[in-house]
Design a protein around this ligand. Sequence first.
Ligand code: SF4
Length: 455
Amino acid sequence: MTNDTRTGDIVSRYGETRLPRYTSYPTAPRFSGSIGAGSYRDLLGSISDTEPLSLYLHVPFCRSMCWYCGCHTTISQKDAPILDYLTVLKREVHLVSEAIGRRQKVSSIHFGGGTPTIMKPEEFCDLKQSLDRAFHLDQVAELAVEIDPRTLTPDMTEALGAAGLTRASLGVQSFDPKVQKAINRIQTIEQTAGALAGLRKAGAQSINFDLIYGLPHQTVASAVETARIAATMRPDRFAVFGYAHVPAFKKHQRLIDEKALGDAQERHAQAEAIADTLVAAGYRRIGLDHFALPDDALSTAADRGELHRNFQGYTTDDSQTLIGLGASAIGRMSEGYVQNDVAIGRYAQRISSGELATSKGYRLTGEDRMRASVIERLMCDFRVDIEAITRVFDYPMEALTKTNTMLETLLRDGVVSLKGGILTVDTRHRFLVRTVASCFDAYLNQGGRTHATAA
Ligand code: SF4
């Protein structure tokens, strides 16, 4: 059997398995209503005063719906709902700071969405000032913003620069006009290049492009052409995601023609062709789906074994506490996870009445922490010292490796090897790292939620 035939066989066998992206462990479907606003207030009150925080602010509004979208967002042509939301968000910033009991030091701030740049420059500055009143922002090392190049204005670019923007993440997805039409996202090459040039001029030190494979009508040739054009613009990083078609959960995805979607083999071929194109253009492969120039912080963190994984994907941020602000935002504390109400109306009602808007969460057990460590190192390094981690958490290694049917199958298929307690994912099969991680997920298939396919 040739290497290609063998890889094709492995893709057929594992590629259609729907699995989490493991941006947390346990994953969000395990969160329950047993953690509410009262528990969150207590957790905030117990944060050590020396611990720097990461902040994530969610802006769940866009001007038009991209049919592939998997985010929590609402379409609004009017500005009034956005303004109302920002008033509530500022109130939440104040409430959280009050529950912590002091102006806590912050090391990084991330604005995500939705489309954070739907805010007008003065609204963004006002929100930033609210953060400044509630937290110590003097030592913020990273200020990251997700950007829609189609609607970014020069004024907003300037405001972001003045606020200290360090990293910008631009949605690009595909430059193929046929694909763009099929996903309801028309975005010219000039719009992307113009946004990048403006953000560089405004001082952004690191720029990321998001690309997607597995979109309707996408082919290997069109995926490669997008990657080739994008690489000539020299962003510092790429995040390359597979389209997750889950129309049962995301109703707008029903507008996508299922007959125009490729199968697991086609998706795998597109992902690998994009990877080859970016690597040939000088980018290094980082983790499952990121690429970075050799001098980018993501590359140097990967070299040092200091890559982390959080709800935004791969990151250099090592903060123990991530405060999620806004509707549906997820926070991570050393004790576990908390998530705000997803519905904007309920979120706004609770915050406006002076309550925190936590609707669910999860309190970590010792075993969860051990499994989370194994899964994070696998997702970041493709290699994990299971023996060392189980020793730290005082568990027998066999608790993870014995009677683990999926792990045994992967070992037999040569996808992984296990020597001296160290599990290593075979270089050719790194695209299956989520399948490998799933061997250590004690809750898989218990949440009733559908995830993206593994390849
Ligand atoms: S801009 Fe982003 S968040 Fe908004 S609809 Fe498109 S993909 Fe979804």
